[in-house]
Ligand binder design. Structure first.
Ligand code: NAI
Ligand code: MG
Length: 365
Protein backbone atom coordinates (compact mmCIF):
# COMPACT_ATOMS: atom_id res chain seq x y z
CA UNK A 1 0.00 0.00 0.00
CA UNK A 2 1.37 3.43 -0.93
CA UNK A 3 2.10 5.78 1.96
CA UNK A 4 0.71 9.26 1.31
CA UNK A 5 2.81 12.19 2.54
CA UNK A 6 0.44 14.67 4.09
CA UNK A 7 1.26 18.03 5.68
CA UNK A 8 -1.33 19.36 8.12
CA UNK A 9 -1.43 23.12 8.69
CA UNK A 10 -4.31 23.69 11.13
CA UNK A 11 -3.69 27.44 11.42
CA UNK A 12 -5.83 29.64 13.67
CA UNK A 13 -9.25 29.80 15.30
CA UNK A 14 -11.59 27.01 14.28
CA UNK A 15 -8.88 25.77 11.90
CA UNK A 16 -7.35 23.78 14.76
CA UNK A 17 -10.77 22.50 15.90
CA UNK A 18 -11.88 21.17 12.52
CA UNK A 19 -8.41 19.75 11.82
CA UNK A 20 -8.66 17.73 15.04
CA UNK A 21 -11.63 15.89 13.47
CA UNK A 22 -9.64 15.22 10.29
CA UNK A 23 -6.91 13.63 12.41
CA UNK A 24 -9.49 11.25 13.86
CA UNK A 25 -10.62 10.26 10.35
CA UNK A 26 -7.00 9.72 9.27
CA UNK A 27 -6.35 7.54 12.34
CA UNK A 28 -9.51 5.54 11.59
CA UNK A 29 -8.50 4.92 7.96
CA UNK A 30 -5.08 3.71 9.11
CA UNK A 31 -6.43 1.49 11.90
CA UNK A 32 -8.79 -0.15 9.42
CA UNK A 33 -5.91 -0.77 7.02
CA UNK A 34 -7.69 1.30 4.36
CA UNK A 35 -4.84 3.74 3.73
CA UNK A 36 -1.38 4.63 4.97
CA UNK A 37 -0.25 8.16 5.75
CA UNK A 38 3.02 9.82 6.74
CA UNK A 39 1.65 12.88 8.48
CA UNK A 40 3.60 15.99 9.42
CA UNK A 41 2.19 19.07 11.09
CA UNK A 42 3.33 22.67 11.18
CA UNK A 43 2.13 26.19 11.87
CA UNK A 44 0.65 28.75 9.51
CA UNK A 45 -0.99 32.15 9.94
CA UNK A 46 -1.13 33.88 13.30
CA UNK A 47 0.06 30.75 15.08
CA UNK A 48 3.26 30.80 13.01
CA UNK A 49 3.69 34.55 13.48
CA UNK A 50 3.51 34.15 17.26
CA UNK A 51 6.24 31.55 17.13
CA UNK A 52 8.68 32.92 14.53
CA UNK A 53 7.47 36.36 13.43
CA UNK A 54 6.50 35.06 9.97
CA UNK A 55 3.09 33.81 8.76
CA UNK A 56 4.82 30.64 7.59
CA UNK A 57 8.36 29.52 8.41
CA UNK A 58 10.99 28.44 5.86
CA UNK A 59 10.93 25.02 7.51
CA UNK A 60 7.17 24.73 6.94
CA UNK A 61 7.63 25.83 3.31
CA UNK A 62 10.20 23.04 2.84
CA UNK A 63 7.74 20.56 4.26
CA UNK A 64 5.05 21.91 1.93
CA UNK A 65 7.27 21.29 -1.09
CA UNK A 66 8.04 17.76 0.10
CA UNK A 67 4.43 16.76 0.79
CA UNK A 68 2.12 14.91 -1.64
CA UNK A 69 -0.71 17.11 -0.38
CA UNK A 70 -1.32 19.86 2.16
CA UNK A 71 -4.43 20.17 4.30
CA UNK A 72 -4.94 23.67 5.68
CA UNK A 73 -7.50 24.69 8.31
CA UNK A 74 -7.91 28.45 8.31
CA UNK A 75 -5.85 31.52 9.17
CA UNK A 76 -6.53 34.89 10.76
CA UNK A 77 -8.26 36.55 13.66
CA UNK A 78 -8.48 39.85 15.56
CA UNK A 79 -5.40 39.02 17.63
CA UNK A 80 -3.24 39.74 14.56
CA UNK A 81 -5.06 42.83 13.33
CA UNK A 82 -2.00 45.03 13.93
CA UNK A 83 0.89 42.88 12.74
CA UNK A 84 2.88 44.27 9.78
CA UNK A 85 1.14 43.81 6.42
CA UNK A 86 3.70 41.32 5.03
CA UNK A 87 3.40 39.19 8.16
CA UNK A 88 -0.41 39.11 8.41
CA UNK A 89 -1.83 35.57 8.72
CA UNK A 90 -3.34 35.58 5.20
CA UNK A 91 0.15 36.16 3.77
CA UNK A 92 1.09 32.63 4.83
CA UNK A 93 -1.68 31.17 2.70
CA UNK A 94 -0.88 33.48 -0.23
CA UNK A 95 2.76 32.45 -0.12
CA UNK A 96 1.82 28.78 -0.25
CA UNK A 97 -0.45 29.38 -3.25
CA UNK A 98 2.17 31.46 -5.04
CA UNK A 99 5.34 29.47 -4.32
CA UNK A 100 3.67 26.14 -5.07
CA UNK A 101 2.07 27.73 -8.18
CA UNK A 102 -1.40 26.46 -7.41
CA UNK A 103 -3.16 27.78 -10.49
CA UNK A 104 -6.28 25.60 -10.49
CA UNK A 105 -8.86 26.21 -7.80
CA UNK A 106 -11.51 23.50 -7.52
CA UNK A 107 -14.74 24.26 -5.74
CA UNK A 108 -17.35 21.51 -5.72
CA UNK A 109 -20.97 22.44 -5.17
CA UNK A 110 -22.58 19.27 -3.92
CA UNK A 111 -26.12 19.16 -2.64
CA UNK A 112 -26.63 16.66 0.15
CA UNK A 113 -30.27 15.45 -0.14
CA UNK A 114 -30.89 16.08 3.57
CA UNK A 115 -30.00 19.76 3.11
CA UNK A 116 -31.89 20.35 -0.15
CA UNK A 117 -34.57 22.31 1.67
CA UNK A 118 -31.93 24.68 3.11
CA UNK A 119 -31.07 25.92 -0.40
CA UNK A 120 -32.37 29.25 -1.64
CA UNK A 121 -33.68 27.34 -4.67
CA UNK A 122 -36.49 24.80 -4.82
CA UNK A 123 -35.64 21.26 -3.78
CA UNK A 124 -36.21 19.82 -7.26
CA UNK A 125 -33.70 22.26 -8.76
CA UNK A 126 -30.86 21.35 -6.39
CA UNK A 127 -31.49 17.77 -5.25
CA UNK A 128 -28.66 15.64 -6.63
CA UNK A 129 -26.69 18.69 -7.73
CA UNK A 130 -22.98 17.96 -8.23
CA UNK A 131 -20.99 20.75 -9.94
CA UNK A 132 -17.23 21.20 -9.98
CA UNK A 133 -16.05 24.74 -10.63
CA UNK A 134 -12.48 25.01 -11.93
CA UNK A 135 -11.28 28.58 -11.47
CA UNK A 136 -7.97 29.92 -12.83
CA UNK A 137 -6.28 31.30 -9.73
CA UNK A 138 -2.94 32.89 -10.57
CA UNK A 139 -3.65 35.11 -13.60
CA UNK A 140 -6.21 37.56 -14.91
CA UNK A 141 -7.32 40.93 -13.67
CA UNK A 142 -6.31 40.40 -10.03
CA UNK A 143 -2.64 40.28 -11.03
CA UNK A 144 -2.38 42.04 -14.42
CA UNK A 145 -0.26 45.21 -14.82
CA UNK A 146 -0.75 48.15 -14.97
CA UNK A 147 -2.81 48.29 -11.80
CA UNK A 148 -3.00 51.91 -10.70
CA UNK A 149 -5.03 54.85 -9.48
CA UNK A 150 -3.78 58.17 -10.89
CA UNK A 151 -4.82 61.79 -10.49
CA UNK A 152 -5.99 63.52 -13.62
CA UNK A 153 -5.44 67.21 -14.41
CA UNK A 154 -9.09 68.15 -13.91
CA UNK A 155 -9.26 66.79 -10.35
CA UNK A 156 -10.76 63.51 -11.50
CA UNK A 157 -9.07 60.21 -10.81
CA UNK A 158 -8.50 57.19 -13.02
CA UNK A 159 -8.30 53.57 -11.83
CA UNK A 160 -6.86 50.87 -14.05
CA UNK A 161 -6.95 47.11 -13.67
CA UNK A 162 -5.63 44.96 -16.46
CA UNK A 163 -6.88 41.54 -17.53
CA UNK A 164 -3.93 39.56 -18.89
CA UNK A 165 -4.00 35.94 -20.01
CA UNK A 166 -1.36 34.11 -21.97
CA UNK A 167 -2.31 31.04 -23.97
CA UNK A 168 -0.27 28.66 -21.77
CA UNK A 169 -2.27 29.74 -18.72
CA UNK A 170 -5.56 29.03 -20.48
CA UNK A 171 -4.30 25.76 -21.89
CA UNK A 172 -3.19 24.34 -18.53
CA UNK A 173 -6.45 25.20 -16.75
CA UNK A 174 -8.45 23.79 -19.67
CA UNK A 175 -6.51 20.53 -19.41
CA UNK A 176 -7.28 20.29 -15.69
CA UNK A 177 -10.98 20.80 -16.43
CA UNK A 178 -11.12 18.19 -19.23
CA UNK A 179 -9.17 15.64 -17.17
CA UNK A 180 -11.52 16.10 -14.23
CA UNK A 181 -14.59 15.87 -16.49
CA UNK A 182 -13.40 12.44 -17.64
CA UNK A 183 -13.56 11.25 -14.03
CA UNK A 184 -17.10 12.64 -13.70
CA UNK A 185 -19.92 13.10 -16.24
CA UNK A 186 -17.65 14.05 -19.13
CA UNK A 187 -19.07 17.51 -19.67
CA UNK A 188 -17.31 20.90 -19.60
CA UNK A 189 -18.82 24.36 -19.81
CA UNK A 190 -16.27 27.15 -20.41
CA UNK A 191 -17.36 30.66 -19.42
CA UNK A 192 -15.87 33.92 -20.74
CA UNK A 193 -16.96 37.15 -22.44
CA UNK A 194 -15.55 36.86 -25.97
CA UNK A 195 -18.20 39.32 -27.14
CA UNK A 196 -16.55 42.22 -25.27
CA UNK A 197 -13.11 41.08 -24.08
CA UNK A 198 -9.99 40.14 -26.06
CA UNK A 199 -8.96 37.81 -23.25
CA UNK A 200 -12.34 36.13 -23.77
CA UNK A 201 -11.62 35.67 -27.47
CA UNK A 202 -8.30 34.00 -26.65
CA UNK A 203 -9.86 31.96 -23.83
CA UNK A 204 -12.53 30.52 -26.11
CA UNK A 205 -10.04 29.82 -28.88
CA UNK A 206 -7.48 28.05 -26.68
CA UNK A 207 -10.10 25.97 -24.84
CA UNK A 208 -11.51 24.88 -28.22
CA UNK A 209 -8.04 23.98 -29.52
CA UNK A 210 -7.15 21.92 -26.45
CA UNK A 211 -10.51 20.21 -26.73
CA UNK A 212 -10.13 19.40 -30.42
CA UNK A 213 -6.56 18.15 -30.03
CA UNK A 214 -6.83 15.96 -26.94
CA UNK A 215 -10.31 15.81 -25.43
CA UNK A 216 -12.80 15.39 -28.25
CA UNK A 217 -14.49 12.64 -26.19
CA UNK A 218 -15.55 15.24 -23.60
CA UNK A 219 -18.60 17.37 -24.35
CA UNK A 220 -17.72 21.08 -24.46
CA UNK A 221 -20.05 24.07 -24.40
CA UNK A 222 -19.04 27.75 -24.38
CA UNK A 223 -21.22 30.15 -22.39
CA UNK A 224 -20.97 33.87 -21.86
CA UNK A 225 -20.17 34.41 -18.18
CA UNK A 226 -23.24 36.54 -17.47
CA UNK A 227 -25.54 34.04 -19.12
CA UNK A 228 -23.75 31.29 -17.21
CA UNK A 229 -24.57 33.07 -13.92
CA UNK A 230 -28.21 33.08 -14.97
CA UNK A 231 -28.12 29.39 -15.87
CA UNK A 232 -26.53 28.54 -12.53
CA UNK A 233 -29.56 29.78 -10.64
CA UNK A 234 -32.12 28.80 -13.31
CA UNK A 235 -31.12 25.17 -13.95
CA UNK A 236 -27.93 24.31 -12.06
CA UNK A 237 -28.11 20.58 -12.74
CA UNK A 238 -27.12 21.13 -16.41
CA UNK A 239 -23.51 21.66 -15.23
CA UNK A 240 -20.82 19.09 -14.54
CA UNK A 241 -17.43 20.85 -14.77
CA UNK A 242 -17.40 24.64 -15.19
CA UNK A 243 -14.05 26.20 -16.16
CA UNK A 244 -13.49 29.93 -16.07
CA UNK A 245 -11.01 32.70 -15.34
CA UNK A 246 -10.01 34.19 -12.00
CA UNK A 247 -12.57 37.01 -11.79
CA UNK A 248 -15.60 35.19 -13.21
CA UNK A 249 -14.61 32.12 -11.19
CA UNK A 250 -14.53 34.11 -7.98
CA UNK A 251 -18.12 35.17 -8.53
CA UNK A 252 -19.57 32.04 -10.13
CA UNK A 253 -18.06 29.75 -7.47
CA UNK A 254 -19.69 31.75 -4.69
CA UNK A 255 -23.03 31.61 -6.50
CA UNK A 256 -22.77 27.85 -7.03
CA UNK A 257 -21.61 27.22 -3.47
CA UNK A 258 -24.54 28.99 -1.92
CA UNK A 259 -27.00 26.90 -3.91
CA UNK A 260 -26.10 24.08 -1.58
CA UNK A 261 -25.48 25.18 1.97
CA UNK A 262 -23.45 26.88 4.66
CA UNK A 263 -19.82 27.97 4.60
CA UNK A 264 -19.15 25.17 7.05
CA UNK A 265 -20.01 22.62 4.33
CA UNK A 266 -17.72 23.76 1.50
CA UNK A 267 -14.35 22.16 0.71
CA UNK A 268 -11.86 23.30 -1.93
CA UNK A 269 -8.67 22.26 -3.65
CA UNK A 270 -5.90 24.27 -5.28
CA UNK A 271 -3.77 22.30 -7.73
CA UNK A 272 -0.45 22.99 -9.43
CA UNK A 273 1.11 21.52 -12.55
CA UNK A 274 2.03 17.87 -12.91
CA UNK A 275 5.80 17.55 -12.44
CA UNK A 276 7.50 15.77 -15.31
CA UNK A 277 9.93 13.81 -13.15
CA UNK A 278 7.53 12.42 -10.58
CA UNK A 279 4.14 12.65 -12.27
CA UNK A 280 2.92 14.26 -9.05
CA UNK A 281 0.99 17.47 -8.75
CA UNK A 282 1.29 19.94 -5.90
CA UNK A 283 -1.97 20.44 -4.08
CA UNK A 284 -3.46 22.25 -1.14
CA UNK A 285 -6.89 21.40 0.26
CA UNK A 286 -8.82 23.69 2.57
CA UNK A 287 -12.33 24.59 3.64
CA UNK A 288 -13.73 27.71 1.98
CA UNK A 289 -14.45 29.27 5.38
CA UNK A 290 -12.07 31.30 7.55
CA UNK A 291 -10.97 31.13 11.19
CA UNK A 292 -14.42 32.19 12.48
CA UNK A 293 -13.23 34.08 15.60
CA UNK A 294 -16.86 34.55 16.68
CA UNK A 295 -17.20 30.84 17.44
CA UNK A 296 -13.55 29.81 17.90
CA UNK A 297 -12.74 27.84 21.04
CA UNK A 298 -16.39 26.97 21.68
CA UNK A 299 -16.53 23.59 19.99
CA UNK A 300 -19.30 24.78 17.66
CA UNK A 301 -17.56 24.72 14.28
CA UNK A 302 -18.89 22.44 11.56
CA UNK A 303 -16.03 20.10 10.57
CA UNK A 304 -17.69 18.89 7.34
CA UNK A 305 -15.90 21.37 5.01
CA UNK A 306 -12.56 20.27 6.48
CA UNK A 307 -13.36 16.56 6.32
CA UNK A 308 -14.70 17.09 2.79
CA UNK A 309 -11.34 18.68 1.93
CA UNK A 310 -9.64 15.47 3.09
CA UNK A 311 -11.98 13.53 0.78
CA UNK A 312 -10.87 15.76 -2.10
CA UNK A 313 -7.19 15.09 -1.24
CA UNK A 314 -7.87 11.35 -1.29
CA UNK A 315 -9.57 11.66 -4.68
CA UNK A 316 -7.32 14.13 -6.51
CA UNK A 317 -3.88 13.62 -4.93
CA UNK A 318 -3.84 10.05 -3.66
CA UNK A 319 -5.87 8.14 -6.25
CA UNK A 320 -8.19 6.92 -3.48
CA UNK A 321 -11.50 7.81 -5.11
CA UNK A 322 -13.36 4.95 -3.42
CA UNK A 323 -12.28 6.19 0.03
CA UNK A 324 -13.30 9.73 -0.91
CA UNK A 325 -16.73 8.44 -1.96
CA UNK A 326 -16.99 6.59 1.32
CA UNK A 327 -16.29 9.72 3.37
CA UNK A 328 -18.81 11.75 1.36
CA UNK A 329 -21.39 8.97 1.81
CA UNK A 330 -20.75 9.03 5.56
CA UNK A 331 -21.32 12.81 5.59
CA UNK A 332 -24.57 12.35 3.64
CA UNK A 333 -25.51 9.59 6.07
CA UNK A 334 -25.12 11.62 9.25
CA UNK A 335 -27.04 14.49 7.68
CA UNK A 336 -29.83 12.10 6.68
CA UNK A 337 -29.95 10.88 10.29
CA UNK A 338 -30.57 14.44 11.41
CA UNK A 339 -27.21 15.39 12.92
CA UNK A 340 -26.58 19.12 12.52
CA UNK A 341 -24.03 21.61 13.78
CA UNK A 342 -25.34 25.03 14.75
CA UNK A 343 -24.72 26.61 11.32
CA UNK A 344 -27.01 24.14 9.49
CA UNK A 345 -29.51 23.33 12.21
CA UNK A 346 -33.17 22.90 11.38
CA UNK A 347 -36.29 21.90 13.24
CA UNK A 348 -36.21 18.43 14.76
CA UNK A 349 -32.47 18.08 14.21
CA UNK A 350 -29.98 16.59 16.65
CA UNK A 351 -27.69 19.55 17.26
CA UNK A 352 -24.09 18.53 17.93
CA UNK A 353 -20.77 20.33 18.35
CA UNK A 354 -17.54 19.88 16.40
CA UNK A 355 -16.55 16.70 18.24
CA UNK A 356 -20.11 15.33 18.15
CA UNK A 357 -20.21 15.70 14.37
CA UNK A 358 -16.81 13.98 14.23
CA UNK A 359 -18.20 11.12 16.38
CA UNK A 360 -21.23 10.76 14.10
CA UNK A 361 -19.12 10.69 10.92
CA UNK A 362 -16.72 8.12 12.41
CA UNK A 363 -19.64 5.96 13.52
CA UNK A 364 -21.13 6.18 10.02
CA UNK A 365 -17.76 5.28 8.45
P1 NAI B 1 -15.32 33.19 8.35
O1 NAI B 1 -15.48 32.22 7.25
O2 NAI B 1 -14.24 32.91 9.32
O3 NAI B 1 -16.71 33.32 9.13
C1 NAI B 1 -17.90 33.83 8.55
C2 NAI B 1 -19.13 33.37 9.35
O4 NAI B 1 -19.37 31.99 9.07
C3 NAI B 1 -18.93 33.46 10.86
O5 NAI B 1 -20.13 33.85 11.46
C4 NAI B 1 -18.54 32.06 11.26
O6 NAI B 1 -18.89 31.74 12.58
C5 NAI B 1 -19.30 31.21 10.24
N1 NAI B 1 -18.56 29.98 9.95
C6 NAI B 1 -17.46 29.88 9.18
N2 NAI B 1 -17.01 28.62 9.15
C7 NAI B 1 -17.85 27.90 9.93
C8 NAI B 1 -17.92 26.53 10.32
N3 NAI B 1 -17.00 25.63 9.88
N4 NAI B 1 -18.91 26.15 11.13
C9 NAI B 1 -19.82 27.01 11.57
N5 NAI B 1 -19.82 28.32 11.25
C10 NAI B 1 -18.85 28.77 10.43
O7 NAI B 1 -15.09 34.63 7.68
P2 NAI B 1 -14.78 36.03 8.40
O8 NAI B 1 -15.53 36.14 9.66
O9 NAI B 1 -14.98 37.01 7.33
O10 NAI B 1 -13.21 36.01 8.72
C11 NAI B 1 -12.66 35.64 9.98
C12 NAI B 1 -11.16 35.53 9.88
O11 NAI B 1 -10.81 34.47 9.01
C13 NAI B 1 -10.50 36.79 9.30
O12 NAI B 1 -9.28 36.97 9.96
C14 NAI B 1 -10.28 36.43 7.85
O13 NAI B 1 -9.20 37.14 7.30
C15 NAI B 1 -9.98 34.97 7.94
N6 NAI B 1 -10.30 34.21 6.72
C16 NAI B 1 -9.45 33.21 6.39
C17 NAI B 1 -9.70 32.42 5.30
C18 NAI B 1 -8.78 31.28 5.05
O14 NAI B 1 -8.01 30.89 5.90
N7 NAI B 1 -8.81 30.71 3.87
C19 NAI B 1 -10.86 32.64 4.42
C20 NAI B 1 -11.74 33.67 4.91
C21 NAI B 1 -11.45 34.43 6.01
MG1 MG C 1 -14.70 35.08 -3.17
Amino acid sequence: MATHKLLLLPGDGIGTEVMAQVKRVLAFLEQQGLASFAVEEDLVGGAAYDQCGLPISEEAMKRAFAADAILLGAVGGPKWANVPYEARPEAGLLRLRKDLQLFANLRPALCYPALADASSLKRELVEGLDILIVRELTGGVYFGEPKTITDLADGQKRAIDTQVYESYEIERIARVAFELARTRRNKVVSAEKHNVMKSGVLWKQVVSEVHGADYADVSLEHQLADSCAMQLVRAPKQFDVLVTDNLFGDILSDVAAMLTGSLGMLPSASLGAVEELTGKRRALYEPVHGAAPDIAGKGLANPIAMIGSLAMALRYSFGEGALADRIEKAIAGVLAKGFRTNDIKSEGATVVGTGGMGDAILAEL
